[in-house]
Ligand binder design. Structure first.
Ligand code: FAD
Length: 410
């Protein structure tokens, strides 16, 4: 197959899609456009080993930088795409270049939410999405200094842990009553809270930032409930929003990201989306979901690429992610927004468990600390979406693998 396939967004999803086009034997033109100057790299180390200065940036690269030229992939790194004409099938770049495409993959990911808080523009108030952000934060890391982390979602929790591990004093401010409550619920949230407390993080819950104050550079955080927290710098981790502006006026439906079907197709001729930006129909959960995790970017980009080449592959991966905080590795599989019951196998108190989010008798998702193998064995269970007996879920003597297909809920 020939023609020109353009990928906008040179992150993990876009980079993996470009490689997949070549792996599939596509010998037409592939153009990979990225707003950041670096070739595609993985972001997880930015809140972990790379932030702590333990590994070089090169280890985070998705491919050796020579890979693109060697595989005939044209790159435009450091040049954002600015406009798409979906009728003439032309994409325009910031430097004036226009590329006529046959297929277009939108893999523009997310950008950090920036709430309008007074003082947000002060020096020393950072977000964390890119390696450039991370390098600036790294310059602030000096043992004994004090950092405030705003938001205790996954990024905030990981950054807090890495800063503590680097010898800083850390104060976290979060509007909820414990970390990760919205995603993981009270019982698991409390486990995470205890981990951070044991490691000396000061946590301020049920409070929000009213203002960042300082003379040019941030010096303190003032909270809505009247606290003044002196600090040397701040990392704000309040989630991301999908980057969709490029598609305005193209006829592509935009709603919490780029709306696509299970084949990553937007419904507009030639235009597909994958990764953090894609709000896709998931055939297992029978609803639209948008997943902001590494595995999804890695696997969905190539599925979109193959479908651009004329295949008809549904993307039905069970979402999976991990988070490293101190010595603990947390993993999650599935997708849930609400649940009737949390069934725990193992011990929350001992931080050695797998917990299942169950709704209407079905396991929607599972989370673990220390039991990655059990989590992998739970994936077919989640995929099957059949009722499961909670007693068997809880019983360590029952092999999780044997529960797949067991329509035996009470
Ligand atoms: C600090 C950090 C830690 C993380 N840790 C974990 C983890 O432990 N586990 C996990 O599962 N996930 C983790 N994630 C999430 C994971 O990194 C993301 O899900 C993944 O990066 C998504 O990849 P993507 O390619 O879809 O989007 P992105 O990584 O956001 O890449 C999109 C790219 O598109 C570019 N772009 C945007 N607009 C344009 C334009 N108009 N023109 C050209 N280029 C454009 C952007 O500059 C960006 O480079 C972490 C994320 C961060 C930020």
């Amino acid at each position: 197959m020939s023609g020109t396939f353009v990928i906008v967004g040179a992150g993990l999803s876009g980079g993996a899609a470009a490689a997949a086009l070549r792996e599939e034997g596509f010998d037409g033109r592939v153009v990979l456009i990225g707003a950041e100057p670096q070739p595609p790299y993985e972001r997880p180390p930015l809140s972990k080993e790379y932030l702590r200065g333990e590994v070089p940036f090169e280890q985070a690269l998705v491919q050796d930088p020579r890979f693109y030229a060697e595989n005939g992939i044209e790159t435009r790194f450091g040049v954002p795409a600015t406009c798409v004409d979906s009728v003439e099938k032309i994409i325009e770049l910031d430097d004036g270049e226009r590329v006529i495409y046959d297929g277009l993959l939108i893999a523009t990911g997310g950008r950090n939410r920036r709430p309008s808080i007074p003082g947000m523009d002060l020096e020393g108030v950072y977000g964390l999405r890119t390696v450039a952000n991370c390098d600036r934060i790294r310059q602030e890391i000096v043992p004994g200094r004090r950092a405030v982390v705003v938001g205790m979602g996954f990024i905030g929790s990981e950054v807090a842990a890495s800063l503590r591990q680097s010898g800083l004093e850390v104060v976290v401010v979060d509007r909820n009553k414990m970390p990760l409550r919205r995603v993981l619920g009270d019982e698991v949230g409390r486990v995470i809270e205890e981990i951070h407390r044991d490691n000396g993080t000061t946590m301020v819950f049920e409070d929000t930032v009213a203002a960042f104050e300082g003379d040019g550079h941030v010096e303190r955080v003032r909270t809505t409930r009247g606290r003044d927290i002196e600090c040397d710098f701040v990392v704000v981790g309040l989630g991301i929003e999908p980057v969709i502006g490029l598609l305005a006026g193209t006829g592509v439906k935009l709603d919490n990201g780029v709306v696509v079907d299970e084949h990553c197709w937007t419904g507009v001729d030639g235009i597909y989306a994958a990764g953090d930006v894609a709000n896709y129909y998931h055939p297992v959960f029978r609803r639209r979901i948008r997943v902001e995790h590494w595995q999804n970017a890695l696997k969905q980009g190539p599925v979109a690429a193959r479908n651009m080449l004329g295949k008809s592959e549904a993307y039905a991966e069970v979402p999976w992610f991990w988070s490293d905080q101190y010595e603990y590795n947390l993993q999650y599989a599935g997708f849930h927004t609400e649940w009737d019951e949390l069934v725990v196998r193992g011990s929350l108190r001992e931080r050695d468990f797998i917990a299942f989010y169950r709704k209407n008798g079905r396991v929607l998702a599972a989370v673990t600390i220390g039991r990655g193998r059990d989590l992998r064995r739970s994936m077919p269970l989640i995929k099957a979406q059949r009722p499961v007996d909670p007693g068997k879920l809880q019983d360590p003597e029952v092999e999780l693998r044997t529960l797949v297909g067991a329509a035996d809920a009470r």
